[in-house]
Design a protein around this ligand. Structure first.
Ligand SMILES: NC(=O)c1ccc[n+]([C@@H]2O[C@H](COP(=O)([O-])OP(=O)(O)OC[C@H]3O[C@@H](n4cnc5c(N)ncnc54)[C@H](O)[C@@H]3O)[C@@H](O)[C@H]2O)c1
Length: 328
């Protein structure tokens, strides 16, 4: 099978490309290397079934021939990481919206099948504000609570929501085949610490004996999915006719506070590092707001694919620590 991956030099995309090539597929990647890296493709660059193209997903002249060649299109290209998004407000909006417009138009024109990478950010603060129990997990058809437009953080979530609306509109109006996945925090080897991702930041700090820096007070809860589990989910959904025109959470329902996460990283690395909290304002500037909880209900994914998690928290942290130990 021929597979086109936008954003394929990134963390999830490069792991996906490697897996698909190993399974005997042909893969072409388009990436502008904004947050992705050519080094992520080192293991596959000379593979006869692989081709890399440097360029932006907003350029239809680059995208269209690649979609025409492909059987399956994974649209993963997007500005990523809270820090990168806060630093690049205009590009965040334009690349998400224009990129999706270009890719889905080509998928529609050539009658191909596509997977759209959305995000748990589209739920916004709904668990904080609509769940008095503090126990509920997010379901795909839940109400979404996004913040004000003067807070740029919400632009990423809203443009990803617009991508979802567009994919569903194409499906409804033309039968254009796509499935939407809302990734919750996905982690693993190759994820960079540069753009505000918590686990690589904690692991790097622990390995170099520096303080692990928590944004906020550390009571906020998150859940983390290993990239290998994420890849099983998305390749499974791509192959499922029943999943077309639908939205799926792809995450780990187990949640942990950020402080507990920092303590676990210190324990597993055997580090002597301390833990230090800084305010969100210090980290991201004035007016930034975050959600207290963001945890996935994955019963829809389990029912669709018989999906089960392969990594618990310690297994995924151990894998990431091993990767960073090798990299230093
Ligand atoms: N990793 C996560 O926890 C997570 C969570 C929610 C959603 N997602 C989504 O999953 C997808 C992949 O994320 P990732 O974690 O691999 O991040 P990443 O930053 O490693 O990958 C994104 C890739 O897209 C590329 N890119 C950005 N803009 C582009 C453009 N205009 N044209 C071509 N390429 C472009 C980047 O260079 C990068 O290689 C993204 O759409 C992201 O929004 C990821």
């Amino acid at each position: 099978m021929n597979v086109f991956i936008t954003g394929g030099a990134g963390f999830i995309g490069s792991n996906l490309a490697e897996n698909l090539l190993a399974a005997g597929h042909h893969v072409q990647v388009l990436d502008n290397l904004s947050t992705g890296r050519k080094e992520n493709l080192d293991t596959i660059l000379s593979h006869p079934g692989f081709q890399f193209h440097l360029g932006t997903v907003t350029d239809a002249t680059l995208v269209e021939p690649l979609v025409a060649w492909a059987d399956h299109v994974y649209h993963l290209a997007a500005p990523v990481g809270v820090k990168y998004i806060m630093d690049n407000p205009v590009l965040t909006i334009l690349d998400n919206v224009r990129g999706m417009d270009v890719v889905i138009a080509a998928v529609h024109k050539h009658n191909k099948r596509m997977l759209v990478a959305s995000t748990s950010e589209v739920y916004g603060r709904s668990l904080d504000l609509l769940d008095p129990t503090g126990q509920r997990k997010l379901k795909e058809d839940d109400y979404r609570v996004e913040g004000t437009t003067t807070n740029h953080r919400w632009a990423y979530a809203n443009t990803k929501s617009m991508d979802e609306f567009l994919a569903l509109a194409y499906w409804k109006q033309y039968g254009t085949r796509s499935v939407i996945v809302r990734f919750f925090n996905t982690v693993g080897p190759r994820q960079l610490s540069l753009y505000g991702m918590v686990i690589p930041n904690f692991v790097k700090a622990a390995l170099s004996g520096e303080d692990l820096v928590i944004f906020g007070d550390g009571t906020q809860k998150r859940s983390f999915l290993h990239v290998n589990d994420a890849l099983r989910a998305i390749t499974g959904l791509m192959g499922s006719d029943a999943a077309l025109g639908q939205v799926f959470n792809v995450g780990n329902p187990f949640e942990i506070t950020i402080r507990e996460l920092a303590e676990r990283v210190i324990a597993l690395t055997g580090s002597t590092s301390g833990i230090r909290c800084i305010s969100y304002e210090e980290a991201y500037g004035k007016g930034f707001e975050d959600m207290n909880r963001r945890t996935a209900d994955i019963s829809k994914l389990r029912n669709a694919l018989g999906f089960e998690l392969g990594y618990d928290l310690d297994a995924l942290l151990t894998d990431i620590i091993a990767y960073h130990r090798q990299a230093v």
